[in-house]
Write a protein that binds this ligand. Structure first.
Ligand code: AMP
Length: 218
């Protein structure tokens, strides 16, 4: 199944993507993760993207769409994939649909993670990430066994620069103005399902598994 996960930053899309990717054996494609990797490697696209990311602004459409269209040519995406954090503008969604259409493919379902602003801010400001393996923690909800240290690989945890409160507020504003219109875009296509991003990881997995079964996608 070819899925798009929609919702504000902090809605739990990334965490749920990892769980779904494992359960349904399909790749989790996060444009945020790909861009952060480019930044880490100081690749030209990463250097360009960093100035936008640090401010909580969107990286230009052509850069991000180009990255995703290339990624979707990989063999592991043939049976399905989860797009997390892409598309984020109507232009990205239109360009994605056009690119998929060329190869006779299409998005099966857009899942909208409905979450309150308070929850999103609480989740993002408490998020800590491992510098080396990228595993995500939360200081209250998913604390590491030893404060500041990754359970998986023993390396140091850090706060993403764009998870600081001011940038989080800007990311939520950007979401409202540029990404929220996608709800209407996918509603018009008749392929959107809404779930509560406030459910825990397991509760959400249960709800989503039923939605996929009912839609005969799994
Ligand atoms: P995320 O990890 O999804 O919260 O993304 C982190 C940052 O990467 C965002 O705040 C944007 O600056 C950039 N980014 C990720 N995905 C996109 C996208 N589809 N379009 C534009 N910018 C993006």
């Amino acid at each position: 199944m070819k899925l798009v996960l929609l919702g504000p930053p902090g809605a739990g899309k990334g965490t749920q993507s990892m769980v779904l990717s494992k359960k349904y054996n399909m790749p989790h494609i996060s444009t945020g993760d790909i861009l952060r990797e480019f930044v880490k490697k100081s690749l030209p696209l990463g250097i360009k993207a960093k100035s936008y990311m640090d401010k909580g602004e969107l990286v230009p459409d052509d850069i991000v769409t180009g990255i995703v269209v290339e990624r979707l040519k990989d063999a592991d995406t043939k049976k399905g994939y989860i797009l997390d954090g892409f598309p984020r503008t109507v232009k990205q969604a239109e360009d994605l649909d056009a690119a998929l259409n060329k190869s006779g493919s299409a998005i099966d379902m857009a899942v909208y993670f409905q979450t309150s602003e308070a929850t999103a801010i609480e989740r993002l400001s408490g998020r800590r990430v491992c510098k080396v393996c990228g595993f995500n923690y939360h200081i209250k909800n998913i604390p590491p066994k030893k404060s500041g240290v990754c359970d998986k690989c023993g390396n140091q945890l850090f706060q993403r620069p764009d998870d600081k409160e001011d940038t989080v507020r800007n990311r939520l504003k950007v979401y409202e103005s540029q990404t929220k219109p996608l709800i209407e875009y996918y509603t018009k296509k008749g392929i959107i399902k809404e779930v509560s991003g406030d459910l825990g990881v397991d509760g959400l997995l249960e709800v989503l598994s039923k939605i996929f079964r009912d839609a005969k996608l799994a």
